[in-house]
Design a protein around this ligand. Structure first.
Ligand SMILES: Cc1cc2nc3c(=O)[nH]c(=O)nc-3n(C[C@H](O)[C@H](O)[C@H](O)COP(=O)(O)OP(=O)(O)OC[C@H]3O[C@@H](n4cnc5c(N)ncnc54)[C@H](O)[C@@H]3O)c2cc1C
Length: 401
């Protein structure tokens, strides 16, 4: 395996911590879990568009999906850096955490903004895996990234809210008991700021089935179990509102930073996997009487991808350190996600090219990982929107939206 990245701890620190001191036990243990789920397992799931239930159960049993839940609620109470390590290692070992990573971080909104009663009711079950909260209903078909314009409405009716509208790309909705839903409770033309009047709810997906809630799978180029979700007078108990009505947009922002850091970590893991594969193949494949890796046209792209991955890794660590210190990490989390997804894509492209025609044969897993890795440049936030954030919110350039 290519040398692993060194670690830097502390938001403003450039201390380089050897990898064997950066949650080495967790890395080892995640590697061992992944050994039971080789490429063959993922290939079959991909071909049949099946949910990797066995892998998700193994991770659940390990307790890693509850890593970020405080111990008082049955989790491990670990910092986000530990979550990063878990997800990076899953991807570096050829597996894909996309089927369950949201179980790790969606609960953050509930943890930070939910009532004591809500936390006691849900968090222990989420920590044990008995309750799956891994569906996040934000994106809508007509408003796209312009989240504040979302059209799904929740209207108070006695001790319930009545929800109408549609979400799209709600991943894992069929493999989740609960969904974190973002819906408008006050029409956009009646609020001062466009971020006002949006609320966050816990929706019981099992109770909603055939009762105002319909989930339709979307066939996609990767096995990501994503769906359209339709709400037709779905009744959600008012006690399922998180925090105050109308403040939901703010509540999900810190959760989105956590998501960006964690997805960036998965991208780093993918990048490591591609580079390991490319190096091994470039050393072993002989054409014109010599290993192809002797040619600089083969070795330089691999070295460049590795260098880009190292740089992205530093940014991911910095964003995680800021998050763990409770500091504003919007800039760092966005940049980390963009750089890590681009570095991983560079590594994916390089690996494709290094493998020549064999990259296209399913049995090598390169084409599948290449497809899977591409998602990270688009979701959970696209590269353009990260650049718009940096340009407008960090650098003070004129707003494009
Ligand atoms: C497999 C998959 C799983 C997903 N899972 C979830 C999920 O679980 N929950 C959820 O809520 N969402 C999910 N998403 C949605 C995802 O977050 C969005 O697709 C993504 O944020 C992009 O939004 P959009 O598709 O509406 O693109 P649009 O907003 O329509 O944008 C289209 C293109 O235009 C660009 N663009 C738009 N506005 C600007 C601008 N002002 N300046 C420059 N460029 C701009 C964008 O960058 C993008 O490239 C998922 C998506 C996919 C594909």
């Amino acid at each position: 395996m290519v040398a692993e990245m060194d670690a830097g701890h502390g938001a403003d620190s450039v201390t380089v911590v050897p990898v064997d001191q950066d949650y080495a036990d967790i890395r080892d243990s995640v590697r061992r879990i992944c050994e039971d789920f080789p490429g063959e397992y993922w290939r079959e799931k991909d071909e049949k568009s099946e949910y990797p239930e066995e892998f998700v159960q193994a991770l659940t049993r390990s307790g890693y999906l509850g890593a970020l839940i405080p111990e008082e609620f049955g989790g491990s109470g670990l910092p986000i850096r530990a979550g990063s390590v878990i997800l990076e290692e899953i991807h570096a070992n050829g597996c894909n955490a996309g089927a369950c990573h949201a179980q790790m971080y969606i609960m953050g909104t509930l943890l930070r903004h939910g009532s004591d009663e809500q936390k006691r009711k849900y968090l222990p079950g989420i920590a044990s895996g008995e309750i799956r909260l891994q569906a996040f209903g934000v994106s809508e078909p007509t408003t796209g990234t312009d989240t504040t314009q979302l059209k799904t409405r929740a209207v108070r009716d006695g001790d319930h809210y009545v929800v109408n509208g549609q979400k799209i790309w709600t991943s894992r909705a069929r493999q989740s008991d609960l969904m974190l839903l973002l819906a408008r409770t006050t029409p956009a033309d009646q609020v001062k700021r466009r971020t006002d009047g949006i609320s966050t709810f816990i929706v019981d997906l099992n109770a909603g089935k055939d009762n105002g809630l319909e989930i339709r799978p979307i066939p996609t180029m990767i096995n990501h179990n994503t769906n359209e979700v339709f709400f037709d007078n779905l009744r959600v108990p008012a006690e399922n509102l998180i925090g105050e009505e109308g403040r939901g947009f703010r509540y999900i922002l810190d959760g989105m930073n956590a998501e960006r850091v964690l997805v960036a970590s998965e991208a780093l893991g993918d990048g490591r996997w591609f580079i390991d594969r490319a190096v091994a193949y470039a050393n072993e494949r002989e054409v014109f009487g010599a290993p192809i890796g002797r040619n600089q046209g083969i070795q330089f792209p691999i070295a460049r991808a590795y260098a880009q991955l190292r740089a992205a890794d530093m940014m991911v660590r910095r964003a995680a350190a800021l998050f763990d210190d409770g500091k504003d990490c919007g800039e760092d989390a966005n940049i980390a996600k963009m750089l890590a997804s681009e570095a991983a894509w560079e590594a994916a492209e390089t690996c494709m090219q290094t493998f020549g025609g064999f990259a296209f044969a399913r049995e090598y897993d390169i084409e599948r990982k290449w497809r899977e890795c591409r998602l990270m440049k688009t979701a959970p936030i696209s590269t353009n929107l990260v650049l718009a954030y940096v340009a407008q919110h960090v650098l003070g350039l004129p707003r494009s939206y």
